[in-house]
Design a protein. Structure first.
Length: 383
């Protein structure tokens, strides 16, 4: 009898635990999902969003095809509801929207949130040569690097995304940045100094200061109206993204072969959401990412070519090689670019992040990927 009483008591406790778990003790499903158990094979509905335009390359050339491919690989078990252009979440609100459950998947522009992602502008450090595939490979290597930075014991990914509760995958590095103006030409150092230009993040503010350029900081969504009303004369940006922002008819003077790094984006979900997905769904998402990564990079190249053709033929735009600028202008900009590396290192170090270590890592990754940096930067270890 004692044995039987013990058995029934154990059974009663077990049933109580199971009932409690069924009533909601085990964590939340992704927002919008209609499944009660993610490993049952029932449909998983995920809301994906970006504040960027629905014409932006990260959305049309990567996120949309990625969502379609995941739905295909999971035989429809995963379904996405897509929102772009600020329809559900405005630019800059994506991290909060992920954390409060408004959305499940988002394009993050990390360098708009440097308090959260402190060294995310690292990919914009100016170099002597890069291209879209070099930058894309370098960014992916940075995200996958296990190099411990400083005395933190953490990699770039850990300190930026894991520590903030995000599971993130690389979109791609976007296209290479340069300088474009509404017709203002750089024929002398005096032409460079004093011009006003839109800057997308702190690193470009440092670069602008070193060039003698007046900096006007704002995100890309706000920049079109400001440029159109003459609030500034030029932008640090890439022709590949002109159509996504509406710049193709406004900018008529662009410096080619000026390798001011590349933007970087990720698409992310909370680690909790990622962990809640069945392993076969996770595998499908990773497979779709790998399959589409280079296609996303190629899209930026194609967009840049199309923007150049349109701009020259329809807007009387001109593209001038950096190497054809007056020598004094080349030297002025090159010196400013090298100084920007040192200033960015110092800024990060002053704010508690191992700036020297991340700069050395990025330099080495860029070179490994096929890029080139100014000779002065090969001795950063002794800086």
């Amino acid at each position: 009898m004692k044995k039987n009483r013990k058995f029934f008591m154990t059974l009663l406790v077990s049933m109580s635990i199971l009932m409690l778990a069924a009533c909601g003790g085990g964590g939340s499903d992704p927002a919008g999902s209609d499944n009660t158990s993610n490993d049952t094979g029932e449909t998983i509905t995920l809301r994906a969003a970006t504040g960027l335009s629905d014409q932006h390359g990260w959305w049309t050339a990567f996120m949309v095809p990625w969502m379609d491919r995941v739905e295909e690989l999971t035989d429809g078990q995963v379904q996405f509801e897509g929102f772009s252009g600020g329809e559900l979440v405005e630019v800059g609100q994506e991290p909060d929207a992920l954390k409060n459950g408004t959305i499940d998947v988002a394009i993050l522009v990390p360098f708009y949130h440097e308090n959260m992602f402190p060294a995310s502008s690292i990919t914009f450090l100016p170099v002597s040569h890069t291209d879209e595939f070099i930058s894309g490979e370098a960014l992916r290597k940075l995200m996958e690097s296990d190099v411990e930075l400083g005395d933190t014991g953490k990699s770039y990914y850990e300190s930026h995304y894991a520590d903030n509760g995000f599971f993130s995958l690389t979109l791609n590095a976007g296209a290479v940045y340069s300088i474009s103006t509404t017709g203002y030409e750089f024929n002398s150092v005096d032409d460079v100094e004093g011009i006003s230009m839109r800057t997308p993040n702190l690193l470009f503010e440092l670069m602008a200061e070193n060039m003698g350029v007046n900096s006007v900081s704002m995100n890309i969504v706000e920049a079109f109206d400001a440029l159109n009303r003459g609030a500034f004369e030029g932008i640090f940006h890439t022709p590949a993204d002109w159509t996504g922002a509406g710049f193709q008819d406004l900018l008529t003077y662009t410096i080619d072969d000026l390798f001011l790094g590349s933007s970087n984006g990720v698409f992310a979900m909370t680690q909790e959401t990622w962990d809640s997905l069945p392993s076969e769904v996770q595998d499908a998402m990773l497979q779709a990412h790998d399959e589409l990564y280079e296609d996303g990079i190629q899209e930026w190249i194609d967009r840049a070519d199309a923007a150049r053709s349109y701009n020259m033929e329809e807007a009387d735009g001109q593209f001038i090689s950096f190497n054809d600028l007056p020598e004094e202008v080349q030297e002025h900009i090159t010196d400013a670019n090298v100084q920007t590396w040192y200033d960015y290192i110092e800024f990060l170090e002053n704010n508690g992040y191992p700036g020297k270590d991340i700069a050395i890592l990025w330099r080495d990754i860029m070179i490994e990927a096929g890029g080139e940096v100014p000779e002065e930067l090969m001795d950063l270890e002794n800086y």
